[in-house]
Design a protein around this ligand. Sequence first.
Ligand SMILES: Nc1ncnc2c1ncn2[C@@H]1O[C@H](COP(=O)(O)OP(=O)(O)OP(=O)(O)O)[C@@H](O)[C@H]1O
Length: 786
Amino acid sequence: ASPDVAGDDLPKQKHDYQSDVARLRKIVVNSLYSHRDVFLRELISNANDALEKLRLTALTERGMLEGAEQLNITIKAVKDEDGPGRIVITDTGIGMTPEELTKNLQGTLAKSGTTEFLQKAETSTDTTGTGNLIGAFGLGFYSSFLVADKVYVASMAAKTSKNPEPAQYVFSSSAEESSFEVYPDPRGNTLGRGTEITLELKDDALEYLETFKLTDLISKHSSFSSSFPVYLHTQRLEDVPVDETEETPEAESPAPESDDDDEVVIEEATEPAKEEAPKTKTFMVDEWVQMNAQAPLWTRDPKTVTDEEYEAFYAATWKDNEKPLAWHHFTGDSGSGVSFRAIVYIPSHLDESYWREGLEGSNKDLRLMVKRTFITNSLGEDALPKWASWVKVVVDAEDLPLNVSRETLQSNKFLKQLKSIIVRRLLQSLTRIQKEDKEKFDQLHATYGNVFRLGAVEDTKNRDTLATLVRFPTTQRNATSLDDYVENKKQGQKQIFYLADMGKSESDLAKSVFVEKLHARGYEVLLLGQPLDEVFVQNLKRWKKLPFQDVAKAGLKFGDEDLDAEEEKERQKELTEEYQPLLDWLKKEASEVVRDVVISNRLVASSCAIVADRHGYTANLEKMMNANNNPNKGLMHDFAKKAKIMEINPRSPLIEGLLKRVQQLPGEDEERDLDAEDELREVASVLIDGAMVRSGFAVNDSNEFFTRVDRILRRSLGVSETAPTDTTVKPAPPVDPELPTEEEPEEEPFPFMKPRMEQPPAPQWEVEEIDEDGNPVNPPKSHDEL
Ligand SMILES: Nc1ncnc2c1ncn2[C@@H]1O[C@H](COP(=O)(O)OP(=O)(O)OP(=O)(O)O)[C@@H](O)[C@H]1O
């Protein structure tokens, strides 16, 4: 039988779901079957949101609390004798008008990436990790359909000046239908205010009717989902002595609110009582048991909180099914008279939208409470910097007035201090992990390595601490910090050598002409292939007083030049004199692309390379400038582009050969062989362009470059340079009007649907007192000062 809320005989307004919504619902239900326990957490958390909204709005809107005085959530399982069984979840929150029922509950697909997601989810068989999908796509209410065939949402909006006479309406929908209905509640106004969700359970979900199952679910997943009391309806048998002269006593039912269905069931006494024992009767007693009676987690002494509780609190508060990497629970006194408690969590993954969003910092994941009441999740203009904006924080201030409006809060000194307190605490946690737990730090760096680079660029105050956290591959080892690098420098070395080429792998970078001599001589070179690397070193400029030196740029010094023997210097001088004719000749030939040609001190096996002048573009920078499609890059751009130097390796036989040929060229008044000269020029041009390519630059006209290469190859093979290639080709068949029928190849599943690594348990932090600037008042011995 349908529950009363169904109003079977009523005329109802039908609405169609958007077609994508119906698809989405199906995917959610199919892919999340094994996670279906989450439905209760999602509904409790929605109820909590509605209560928080009410409490916040009621600060400025009088009379809103009329209708239902208590702010709470109740859950009741109803076993129907002639029906499947229902779970009813009721809150006395802000409620919804019929328009809101229609708009809010049909779900929106406005979130970016949803359509893409749908396609991937439908073609993928991999459903691991989809537990997060619910939170990520705002599908909270949809999770009802994981366990219910039919869902009724009765709601009565709070009374406001704009809506002084709210009415109770019902939204109903079944799991399969592509439409939903909204109609006036046939029972009238039973709620006073708030929302009641009735789930008509699927046949295979009847286990959720059992009290122990609900108790287990709530304590496992939802005890932290609400800061308002959550009551579960329970029944127990109780023997009560009866005085036959008195009337049958009423069983007590401390229900948080009256409930018409809640008639107390009274059973007959089971055994005829013995004479001496007082007569008893067994009653079925209805009770509402509060499921979250414990003090909120952040107010507790961390010594009494288990890792599991910290993890459950994190999962419930931020709807993230992956365990956090670490957390820091502390109390503090802001100095401006506000004492507070806080937990800072480091998630084990970055939201995929992090890098897509703009650079202005915002933090949706901060929950600012005053005396356990949620106030806001926005620090406004005192928002965390972008690099730290992913951190998840609960802060509860004791000494702020409860009725602060968000506006007055913005001008409160405490808020300004909060930003630096959180950042400082976060940095302390990160530094501590770096020092104490290598394995965890590796995970941290894999996720946040680029965030640390960004931070070092963005946050000048914390630049050094953030830079300490960054790791680089080098020509000698992996995961090297700047401090490690400096420790490993050679005698006399006064520069930190690096090679930057965005997007190149370490092994490609390690093969570059620019590092060959450094590597051969045993110097370490940082290999920078990450997008933010070059900006990072340019902002940092130096580390431990050593300047960064791009090994693809002029100015490279090994630092032991002064230690060279006199004859070594003499040899260098001789070489320059010997090669002067070639240097002069090449300088003319290469004048289009370089400013000068010199004898190299950085090449070992390669014949030549193009290095950027101190103020010129490196190949990496030139690529970025070219990609930045601004036609008016101006004079400086042209200047920077030309600011290159060609270096030749006098030990290379190719260069020796070229020198000989240049020396043999006839003098001014001798007879010239123009063909031979052209040939030599062509060889030189291929050498120059080859050096460009080998050094990471693009050649001006690659097609023309390869035509020249082709000509030289023909010459060396003795093939005619002018013999044409047969260029006849078979034309394509005529136009085909038929549409293709072949299926699309299956694509890789979305990255966030792939399984993620299990995280080891995070360490527990001690509680510390901190002052106005976030400095510990009595720093414990184990504490790392930054
Ligand atoms: N118990 C409720 N009381 C009042 N409004 C509700 C309630 N449950 C849901 N809503 C409304 O319906 C909207 C959609 O709910 P849904 O759970 O699908 O998404 P969400 O809560 O916005 O996102 P998420 O659950 O992922 O955080 C909510 O934003 C809210 O406006």
